[in-house]
Design a protein around this ligand. Structure first.
Ligand code: SAM
Length: 409
């Protein structure tokens, strides 16, 4: 993407061991925290930013090809690997391997899971584990290595065949059973499991999300007082100055070699952009939008909500967009562990979700954008997300009140 580069270089699996996933709300902003590639530096820090403290149709069987999904998803969000990956559930393409690699190379993501499992083996040792959406089986392997009694790795795509080979190649066939199929359809050889582990989070936390699948598995197989990893997720909102990028990507359509193509602009405005936001673009506070979701207790309806927000300007500036991001945490660990996908934290493959505003707001320090965000799965395709934002600013320079709709698809 062409946005200004974030100082927080995205992690790489080859960065070595890190422990950037111990949550520490006292951390300073991460501006310079991850400039150095050395993981020694990372060991002492969380990738969380201070905002954590501010708690105030299925297309399977359609005649589209993976190339269609590739271009669909890329045209909307820059990358849409989950879009391709989850929806196809048949065969795998070079694209899927790249996507898998990107997830595995996201060291904030993968190392957090690894550290949670290895450093809290009491959660895993001698336990029966279910890995919901196992992919290559990486999380199952971590659990097996940490002493799990047995791991059921459930994967609906043909990646399950690869996972089976990987498990065998690493000598864990007696501990890990790969079950190919949808969690909702699979026959489990045991009645209950002690632990459910899953990496289900999508862009904007809920896009292409597998949360319903995790909740289904929890309700069907998890023992009383069983553990779900991760067990908490929170969505945050902030506002940014983004003139350069909005001009380049959105206003561009107003005049293309002298022709009005603004119908495309309307479409572009409707679809949130997944991209890395530079923390210097942040104009307001970052606010917890959705009361932290408790994966052990929540019902599937809880992923639909309306949440109020109040974003207070920290400087005089223009506001072009709202930005959403999420944090996840593993609260059952010895030490609270987790990671943030916020702009002040080390970059992850989830980046941030940018929702452009129709209006350019001129905001003065101390003034507030107040409003609400309504989030719900799309009725036709529950893996897509519909978002409605109501916002108003009654400032010295801008007086605006508007409702905007977005679709993540
Ligand atoms: C984000 S990937 C995570 C893969 C792996 N656990 C990891 O951490 O690298 C999610 C995986 O879940 C699988 N998946 C999605 N929905 C599923 C379902 N209902 N049943 C089984 N697998 C599912 C996808 O095919 C994909 O491989």
């Amino acid at each position: 993407m062409g946005r200004k580069k974030n100082n927080n270089k995205q992690s790489s699996a080859n960065d070595g061991d890190n422990n950037n996933n111990v949550l520490n709300h006292e951390q300073e902003a991460t501006h310079s925290r991850f400039e150095d590639d050395s993981m020694d530096e990372v060991i002492e820090v969380s990738n969380l930013d201070e905002s954590m403290c501010e708690f105030d149709e299925s297309v399977i069987g359609s005649d589209k090809t993976s190339a269609d999904y590739y271009f669909d998803s890329y045209s909307h969000f820059g990358i849409g690997f989950c879009f391709v990956f989850v929806r196809l559930c048949k065969g795998y393409t070079r694209m899927q391997f790249l996507m898998l690699q990107e997830m595995l190379k996201d060291v904030v993501r993968t190392k957090t899971y690894q550290n949670v499992i290895y450093k809290n083996s009491f959660l895993v040792k001698d336990k029966i584990v279910m890995d919901v959406g196992a992919g290559t089986g990486i999380l199952s392997l971590f659990c097996a290595k940490a002493g799990a009694k047995h791991v059921y790795a459930i994967e609906c795509s043909h990646m399950a065949d690869m996972a089976e080979e990987i498990v065998k190649a690493n000598g864990y066939s007696d501990v890990i059973t790969v079950l190919k199929g949808k969690v909702e359809e699979v026959k489990l050889p045991v009645a209950q499991v002690d632990l459910i582990i899953s990496e289900w989070m999508g862009y904007f936390l809920l896009f292409e999300n597998m949360l319903d699948t995790v909740l289904y598995a929890r309700d069907k197989w998890l023992v009383n007082n069983g553990v779900v990893l991760p067990d908490k997720a929170s969505l945050f909102l902030t506002a940014i100055e983004d003139a350069e990028y909005k001009d380049d990507k959105i206003e561009f359509w107003n005049n293309v070699y002298g022709f009005n193509m603004s119908c495309i602009k309307k479409q572009a405005m409707l679809e949130p952009l997944v991209d890395t936001v530079d923390q210097n673009q942040i104009v307001t506070n970052c606010q917890l939008l959705k009361v932290t979701m408790d994966i052990c207790k929540m019902g599937s309806g809880d992923a639909s909500f309306t949440a109020p927000f109040k974003l207070v300007a920290e400087r005089n500036d223009y506001v072009h967009a709202l930005v959403a991001y999420f944090d996840v945490s593993f609260t059952k660990c010895h030490k609270l562990m987790g990671f943030s996908t916020g702009p002040r934290s080390r970059a992850t493959h989830w980046k941030q979700t940018v929702l452009y505003l129709e209006d350019v707001l001129t905001i003065c320090e101390g003034e507030s954008i107040v409003g609400s965000m309504t989030v719900a799965p799309n009725k036709k395709n529950p893996r897509d997300v519909d978002i409605m934002v109501k916002y108003s600013l009654k400032g010295q320079r801008s007086q605006v009140s508007r409702t905007q709709y977005y679709k993540m698809r």
